[in-house]
Design a protein around this ligand. Sequence first.
Ligand code: SF4
Length: 458
Amino acid sequence: MADASAICRSHSFESDEEIDGIRKRLLTWYEANKRDLPWRSRKAQSLNEKAYAVWVSEVMLQQTRVAAVIDKYKIWMKKFPAVEDLAKASLDEVQELWSGMGYYSRCKKLHEAAQKVVNDLNGIIPTSCEELAKQLPGVGRYTAAAIASIAFNERVGIVDGNVIRVLSRLRRVGVAHNSKIAENHFWFCSNKLVDEECPGDFNQALMELGATVCTPKSPACSSCPVSSSCLALKQVHEQRKFASSKFSKTDNGSLPDIESSGCSLCLPPTEPWDSDKGVTNFPRRGKKTAVKTEEFISGVTSFRSNDIDYYLIVKRPSTGLLAGLWEFPTVPFLSSNGEKKIQLLGHLRKFLSEDELSEVEIRESKTVSHLFSHRRHIYHIHKIILSINHQTSQSLSKDLVHFKWVTEEELFRLAISAAVKKMFEASGDIVSPNVGSKTRKRKLNGTQQSLEKFFKSK
Ligand code: SF4
């Protein structure tokens, strides 16, 4: 936790009576109000099975909304009901099932960790928070604490975005929530608060409160079971009282400064309490990380055979951003390398023969921008239509591991990023996976150009 000498005592939970009260009220509220979610109602035959079910749900819920996870979780648990089933599946199968939830590195790590459990740990998931974080790739402090407390009843607190919001308001923590000092303090508070008998339920209750009552923009303080312990709400009430008092006429109703200038967890004097924001003064955001922009040229490359369109897709490298996912042929855009079309056709030669590229129609489409966590990718999309037939293309595309031809329906079943879906849309096609390619007819127009002509023109 933060240096005790440098912080106000009000930022911690000091009294046993208050801690007991918060535990009781929160657990009672949770029992009556918890949402019926598949990972909560799932029956497990053993603690190992329970741990696996909790683990999958926690990984899915990171950076993905509950509503988007529910159906995916049910399908996942049907296909991979035990850690052994997940371990023996191929990464392609696992990523295909994950498709649509983004942040594919989570799924890759989960698959890797399942293989470690089966191959190195006799199929037994570690039972303590410390061992879970130590042994399993991709399992950090949060996920380890969730599995240990919910599946194995270990008395360990939890800190995620919802918990940070609740704790920062309860204890009026005004320093940037992602600073080291704040992070340590939230873990300290959460470990102190967590219930001794029911740590799993308590942790879920705290997260549920943040998700459904103590929400980012419009917290429902009047329905909050722990409002009597909430210092942010207390500050709102004091502010109102002060504003309506006789002093308001002489100093504009502003509350006297109640933050301690020497405390490292109080609101900073440079960004004091804003009365219009009320309890949403907390948590305070840290500085945003600068977004790096990178440009690419992509070719939505297709041919038509028997009235069906086939698209060329390529597998990304197994490490780095979007590792192992499928995408349209894409190459970094280097303005020094000349015209975009030339660069793209040069890249396509890695996958297609000169024969296949001998007659192509190239249409430039709009530019697509996609924001990954701290990177913005700008894709200059081109639609490349090859004049080949199915037989020819199959004979030339034997490498199904690194690239292959797929129909629109197959494309949307594969592990592809949201950026690839945007590219497909930008290329002028129908996006919906429900619309079969056979039903679509497209008038091909544009200039027929050969690759030879392009290269000769340089
Ligand atoms: Fe959040 Fe309001 Fe409850 Fe405080 S009283 S914890 S701000 S919902």
